[in-house]
Design a protein around this ligand. Structure first.
Ligand code: FAQ
Length: 331
C-alpha cells in the first residue's frame, strides 16, 4: 500500500524461535536497553531499517528548510527575520547530524542525497504543502515542530547510540522552534481581526497534514511492529498522534482558534480527544509525489546541489592543501 522503497528483507516480525544465536544475543541486549554502537554486530535488516528511517528524517530536515526559506525576505520585522533565519540554520544542522548518524551504518552521504533527488527515498509529507502567508510560518513552528518533538523525544531513547545522541540536541532546538511558532500565532491572534483570520485559515490548512506526519494508522503501518521490537520506535504512530492532539487542542483554545474537525471532542472515558477520520487518500497521493509542492521541492533541492558543486570542490581542495602542509611540517 505505502511503497517500500528500501527492502529490509523482513516480511514479518522476527520471533525468538527463528533467531540465530547472534540475533538472540542482539535482541537480549536491546531488551536490556544496552545501546547498539556502529561497530557492534547487528542484523542486516536492523541496519537497513535504521538507514531508511534516519535518511528520511535527514531529508525531511533539509527539504523542511524550503517552505520557511520562502519567508526570510518577507518576515514582518528584523527580529522575526533573525529568529526565522536561526531556525532554518538549525534545521540544516539537524540534517547534517542525521546524515552523519546514517554514515555510521556504512552508507555515504552522497548516495543518500542521490536517493532523495532520484525519488528513491522519502521525506516527510508535510513539506509538500505551500506556505502562503506569514501565519503559515507560525503554524509550521507550532504544529509541525510540535509534531516533530512529540515523535522525536522518544527517539532520544532509541536503541541505536548515534541516532539517540543526535536526537538530544535536535529536540532541544525543536522545542525553541515550537515556541517561536506559537509566539507568532499568539501575536496574530491578539492582533487585528484580519490577522486572527489569517491564523485561523492557517490552522485550517495545516491541521490535517500535521496529523498525517505521524504516518499511517497502526493497522496499516508496515514497519512499526518490528521497529518497536528493536526499539528503533518506542511508541506507535497512533499513540504519538493521540498525544499530539491531546497537547495541541488546549493550545488552540488558548489562542482562541477553532480546530477544523467537527468530530473533535473530549472523551472522558478514554481520557483523550476523539478525532474525525484522516483523509488517507490525500496522504497516499502526497507520498506518491502528487502533493501541491512535491516537484518544486525536489527541483529546488537538486538545483541547490548542482549549484553547490564548486563549493564542495573548493572545500576538498582546501582540505587537501592543509593535509599536504601538515604532512610537510611533520616530515
Ligand atoms: N511522510 O510503516 P510506517 C521535522 C512512510 S522532521 C512521508 O509507519 P515507519 C523537523 C514510511 O516511511 C519530520 N512518508 O513507517 C522540521 C514508510 O515508507 P517506506 C520527519 C511517510 O518508518 C520541522 C511508509 O510510509 N520526522 O518535521 C510518512 O515505521 C519544521 C509506511 O509507514 C521523522 O522522520 C510521512 N509523514 O514510521 C523541519 C522522524 N509517514 O520507508 C523543518 C523519524 C510514513 O517503507 C521544519 N521517523 N511514511 O518507503 C519516524 O519516526 C518514522 O519513520 C515515521 C514513519 C513515524 C515517520
Amino acid at each position: 500500500m505505502y511503497a517500500q522503497m528500501v527492502d529490509t528483507g523482513l516480511k514479518q516480525v522476527a520471533e525468538a524461535t527463528g533467531m540465530s544465536p547472534e540475533e538472540s544475543a542482539f535482541q537480549a541486549r536491546v531488551d536490556a536497553d544496552v545501546k547498539v554502537e556502529p561497530k557492534d554486530w547487528m542484523p542486516e535488516a536492523y541496519r537497513r531499517t535504521l538507514v531508511r528511517q534516519i535518511q528520511q528524517h535527514a531529508h525531511s530536515e533539509i527539504v523542511g528548510m524550503l517552505p520557511e526559506g520562502n519567508w526570510v525576505t518577507r518576515a514582518p520585522s528584523l527580529k522575526r527575520k533573525a529568529i526565522l533565519m536561526a531556525k532554518i540554520q538549525d534545521e540544516g544542522g539537524h540534517g547534517l547530524y542525521l546524515y552523519s548518524a546514517a554514515e555510521t551504518l556504512g552508507v555515504s552521504r552522497d548516495n543518500l542525497i542521490d536517493d532523495l533527488h532520484a525519488g528513491r527515498s522519502k521525506y516527510s509529507s508535510i513539506f509538500n504543502y505551500p506556505t502562503l502567508n506569514w501565519a503559515d510560518i507560525g503554524a509550521i513552528g507550532w504544529l509541525v515542530d510540535g509534531a516533530a518533538i512529540m515523535n522525536q523525544i522518544p527517539l532520544c531513547r532509541c536503541s541505536y547510540g548515534p541516532y539517540a545522541r543526535a536526537m538530544v540536541r535536535i529536540c532541544k532546538e525543536e522545542s525553541f522552534h515550537q515556541r517561536q511558532g506559537f509566539d507568532i500565532m499568539l501575536a496574530m491572534c491578539r492582533g487585528t481581526p484580519e490577522q486572527k483570520a489569517m491564523a485561523q485559515d492557517s490552522l485550517d490548512r495545516w491541521w490535517w497534514p500535521s496529523l498525517m506526519m505521524f504516518g499511517p494508522s497502526d493497522a496499516e503501518s508496515v514497519h512499526s511492529a518490528q521497529s518497536m521490537r528493536w526499539k528503533i520506535k518506542l511508541l506507535s504512530n497512533d499513540e504519538l498522534r493521540q498525544r499530539f492532539v491531546d497537547q495541541t487542542v488546549p493550545q488552540a483554545e488558548f489562542l482562541g482558534l477553532r480546530v477544523p474537525d467537527p468530530e473533535l471532542r473530549w472523551n472522558d472515558e478514554r481520557g483523550h480527544y476523539d478525532v474525525g477520520t484522516i483523509d488517507w487518500k490525500e496522504f497516499q497521493d502526497v507520498l506518491r509525489g502528487h502533493g501541491p509542492c512535491n516537484r518544486d521541492r525536489i527541483r529546488t533541492r537538486t538545483k541547490a546541489w548542482e549549484d553547490g558543486e564548486w563549493v564542495r570542490e573548493a572545500a576538498v581542495a582546501h582540505a587537501r592543501k592543509r593535509a599536504e602542509r601538515a604532512a610537510r611540517a611533520a616530515a
